[in-house]
Design a binder for this molecule. Structure first.
Ligand code: ADP
Ligand code: MG
Length: 238
């Protein structure tokens, strides 16, 4: 749990600038949603926050500490992707405990941590199953469990629900919101789904071509969009 400050962030690939001078400051425990069209730099932003991508210019601070030079592991951030990338040969329990094993936690401590997390996510009856024996929603829950066991300061979600069918998506939105309330963690969540943004976010960041168009609560953006792009993006889905 921590504040997240992004200041003058730039990213170029070769000569092409894909993130241009992005600054934003978030409180501890905020649920932040990044929205914008495909290719506007959302995933690149998350990867820079996670430390998976070099920063061309600018600073990222977590809990007041500049993390630019810290490795992904040192940042205590967890990332959940849209294709959950579970280890197919491992059970649910092993999938959830794996990162703790890498961190040299004892087997007994890992078991306790995994059981606690499974309880939170309703995964207790599934701990001995393999990913192939799970539904899409259950797999997504395991992916979240894998992130939660590490007690991260910041959670990053990159379109976590986009592979799920519409009914399940609605259910998982509610689950993620409930989880956020229980954990109180800072979350940066990427989606291109306007309804997800409007219903889940404390604050929404609207990006276009690597630049911030507007930051505000769902209501602020809905009532007072700064331009037609923001109005169109957060209007009713086409
Ligand atoms: P989004 O997640 O919003 O769809 P991305 O962050 O994936 O957008 O990509 C932003 C821009 O950066 C796109 O134009 C994309 O083609 C480009 N890009 C992303 N990753 C790379 C890379 N590794 N090398 C070169 N260009 C990249
Ligand atoms: Mg993306």
């Amino acid at each position: 749990m921590a504040t997240l400050d992004i200041d003058g962030l730039h990213k170029s690939y070769g000569g092409l600038e894909v993130v241009h001078d992005v600054s934003m400051a978030f409180d501890h425990g905020e649920f932040i949603i990044l929205v914008g069209p495909s290719g506007c730099g959302k995933s690149t932003m998350l990867r820079m926050i996670a430390g998976l991508e070099d920063i061309t210019a600018g600073t990222i601070s977590i809990g007041g500490q500049v993390v630019n030079d810290l490795s992904p592991k040192e940042r205590n951030i967890a990332m959940v992707f849209q294709n959950y990338a579970l280890y197919p040969q491992m059970t649910v329990a092993q999938n959830m405990g794996f990162s703790l094993e890498l961190n040299k936690m004892s087997k007994a401590e890992i078991a306790v941590k995994v059981e606690e997390t499974a309880e939170t996510l309703g995964l207790t009856p599934l701990l001995d199953r393999k990913p192939s024996q799970l539904s899409g929603g259950q797999r997504q829950r395991v992916a979240m469990g894998r992130a939660i066991v590490r007690d991260p300061d910041v959670f990053l979600f990159d379109e976590p629900l986009s592979n799920l069918d519409a009914n399940l998506r609605v259910k998982m939105r509610a689950e993620i919101k409930a989880l956020h309330q229980r954990l109180g963690s800072t979350i940066v969540y990427v989606t291109h789904d306007q309804i997800e943004a409007m219903t889940m976010a404390d604050r929404i960041v609207v990006l276009r071509a690597g630049k911030v168009e507007q930051i505000g609560s769902p209501l602020e953006l809905y009532d007072n969009p700064v331009n037609l792009f923001v109005a169109g993006f957060l209007g009713s889905p086409a």
